[in-house]
Design a protein around this ligand. Structure first.
Ligand code: ZN
Length: 291
């Protein structure tokens, strides 16, 4: 689940936001298929496709993935693994149908494999939850190699108890760039919960999660510096300017950089903004300071 970054409340969803958009190629080996809110991130390796996320409905395979892959000329590629960042319904709902059709692995942390079944967040507005079978439990710091590409797993709790970030290389006209995909976005607590519902946990838990999230931001930033990540992505396209940057690339001239390559400072901007929101929320959730 995501939140409006300005006022930290939920979006008023315009039905147009759920319409399929033209699938886009972001790098030589990276694509996005979806709508304005959620979608599939597709990494093309020498052995087949690796997917990240599975959107917010059970049948997104027929509505989005299959036609999208066809438009991109990727329909014959084998789907090797579907990575989920966390156990919120708008990230996993389509996963089970894709797993059953393709036989791909579905990967998530142990914490969120439990959370997606038992966590209260998903049961507020969705009557027909389709929780996928998780066939691959991921651990912090793990590397999974698919031919030409390796996906690095970073445990980054706070948005959910077992939220994950992923990092991997993509290529632009053959030049490698390193992506950091940050899984969680919203910071939840009293007065700040999806759909305007009452927060179901204690103040202590809310502050703990917000501070955990802040620590995860620092951990992510340290990783970004260490490995030279120069591309930031969020599973939600509107939370990483995905369509704006893709449009910018449409008018890209010879010699100009791919708009998604924003460098370390471009990546830092997003992580720092989250860090600030986490610290701010941690203080707002409690009245210990007399507020
Ligand atoms: Zn979420």
């Amino acid at each position: 689940m995501s939140q409006d970054k300005k006022n930290n409340t939920n979006h008023d969803f315009d039905p147009m936001m759920f319409q399929p958009l033209e699938p886009v190629k972001l790098f030589d080996d990276y694509y996005f298929i979806g709508n304005k809110l959620v979608g599939f991130h597709v990494l093309k390796t020498s052995e087949g496709l690796v997917l990240f996320e599975a959107m917010d409905k059970y049948d997104v395979d027929d509505e989005f993935l299959l036609p999208g892959l066809k438009k991109l000329g990727l329909e014959k590629e084998k789907i090797l693994m579907l990575f989920l960042t966390h156990g919120h319904f708008d990230h996993y709902m389509g996963a089970e149908k894709i797993r059953l059709r393709t036989g791909c692995e579905v990967a998530l942390s142990a914490e969120d494999a439990v959370f997606m079944v038992n966590g209260p967040d998903n049961y507020l507005d969705i009557d027909d939850l389709r929780v996928p079978r998780i066939t691959r439990i991921l651990k912090d710091g793990e590397d999974l190699t698919f031919g030409s590409h390796t996906v690095h797993v970073i445990f980054a709790p706070g948005h959910t108890p077992g939220c994950l970030n992923y990092s991997f290389e993509v290529h632009d006209k053959g030049t490698p760039h390193r992506v950091i995909m940050v899984g969680g976005y919203g910071v939840f607590g009293p007065g700040v919960y999806p759909g305007g519902h009452e927060y179901p946990h204690s103040v202590t838990y809310a502050v703990e999660q917000a501070l955990d999230f802040a620590v995860s931001c620092v951990k992510t930033w340290e990783y970004v510096k260490e490995t030279g990540c120069d591309v930031y992505l969020n599973p939600h396209p509107h939370l990483c300017d995905l369509f704006a940057l893709a449009e910018q690339n449409q008018s890209r001239k010879e010699g100009e950089e791919n708009a998604f390559v924003t460098g370390r400072d471009g990546v830092r901007k997003w992580i720092q903004e989250r860090f600030d929101v986490c610290l701010d929320c941690a203080q707002k959730f409690t009245d210990i300071r007399g507020n």
